[in-house]
Design a protein around this ligand. Sequence first.
Ligand code: A2P
Length: 287
Amino acid sequence: MSSPPSVVLNTGREMPVLGLGTYKLCGPEAVFQAVDAALAAGYRAFDSAAVYRNEADLGRALRELLPKYGLTREDVFITSKLSPKDQGEKAMKGALHSLSQLDLGYIDLYLIHWPGTQGLPVADQRNPGNRAQSWLRLEELHGQGKLRAIGVSNYTAAHMRELMQSCRVPPALLQVEFHPRLCQLELRSLCKEHGVCFQAYSSLGKGELLADPLINEVANSCKRTPAQILLRWAVQQGVPVLPKSSNPDRIQKNTEIFDFSLRDADMDRLSALDCGHRFCWDPSEVA
Ligand code: A2P
């Protein structure tokens, strides 16, 4: 991948369309090896979270590896997320902790990870107030330049509408599970309407979609891997992706998605797999 394509967020800043997901990437050596392979392959974006417990390892790996590739802090785009345990009155402390763990000066994009609050039942009526309080703290840190963009993850359309009505700084991005079995049509059109970037996680369905017969059929006809088909299906619709891999070869292969196109008929056949299936957590019951 020569120069990774990017999208422009509503902050005016660019974000690469392809980033390395780091969920379950743990331990200094594993993180270092994955970041090294990713930078070599052309990745310039990395997606972490407080709950992944790898912010410190990611920050350390980047500080050490950027010079090896002739890069500086400004050349990479770092996302992290507020832990659901810090939702509400602990949000400032949680975000500052992410900033100090990463130790990269600022965070490019910081998301509220989950609309609920750890320790509260999903239906608890304190959840809306808690996430509103978190958003205020993120707005404050955005104003100070410590969080260059702020957004949310795992919000439903109802959570998004609530935020759009109350926010001073609109969210730059919504990150949700997105793949052919979960096309998220309502959320995508809501994001489009409000100028919010819609970003996919779990494009590979935690690896489980790689065995899907249709995806394999399309992969064989294009002489590509099933993972490349799933990632291409998303980016061809303008949706940024964050495939996670700890394997240098797969990290490289997952970048090879910008030199081919899927035929319209194949895009449609893949999108017709939509059945609302989730491989990850479901936020629809969170009050
Ligand atoms: P690994 O880290 O061993 O490569 P998702 O991003 O949907 O959560 O999927 C991540 C999962 O898919 C991980 O288990 C990862 O395993 C696996 N994976 C990532 N890229 C590929 C690929 N190109 N081929 C096969 N499996 C992959």
